[in-house]
Design a protein around this ligand. Structure first.
Ligand code: ZN
Length: 167
């Protein structure tokens, strides 16, 4: 397995809209394994393919402390949203920043699993937040888009500056 390079905001590739996965094959399962390894190593609780510069509708997540509850969502679709939850979100593509974002507290989502079978499930609370955050990535959207323009600019400027210092 390989640890993939994670794109960092304001990289324009994070704004690309991902296209549906057409075939769930071994190549895709290899990418899924690499995405899990990358997410766990970071460490993070969710990773969308967009963040590793693969523009397919695919995400992985695991919100458990023990890293024992992995989810793979291929071509995820939000079917229902209900309730409101405000929680502090972070993102592997916006390292070092945590801000409050409002999301639906309960969702119903459909997707293909690792074997290409259709699955429908409900998610609540933190898992629902995680799925909504990652599905946003597939549409080129970041959690900083929910913040004020001034706050987003501040984060953007700092990340650009940090990056310059690194290279
Ligand atoms: Zn993210």
């Amino acid at each position: 397995m390989t640890i993939l390079r994670i794109l960092v905001f304001p990289d324009p590739r994070l704004r690309k809209k991902a296209t549906p996965v057409e075939v769930v094959d071994d190549a895709l399962r290899g990418l899924i394994d690499d995405m899990f390894e990358t997410m766990y190593a970071a460490p993070g609780i969710g990773l969308a393919a967009t963040q590793v510069d693969v523009h397919k509708r695919l995400l992985v997540a695991d919100i458990s402390q023990e890293k024992t509850d992995p989810y793979i969502l291929i071509n995820p679709q939000l079917l229902e949203k209900d309730g409101v939850i405000v929680s502090e979100e972070g993102c592997l593509s916006v390292p070092g920043y945590y801000e409050e974002v409002e999301r639906a507290e309960h969702i119903r989502v459909s997707f293909l699993n690792r074997d290409g079978a259709e699955v429908e499930m409900e998610a609540n609370g933190m898992l629902a937040v995680c799925f909504q955050h990652e599905i946003d990535h597939l549409d080129g959207k970041l959690f900083v888009d929910y913040l004020s323009e001034a706050k987003r600019q501040r984060i953007r400027n700092r990340l650009v500056r940090d990056r310059r210092h690194q290279s």
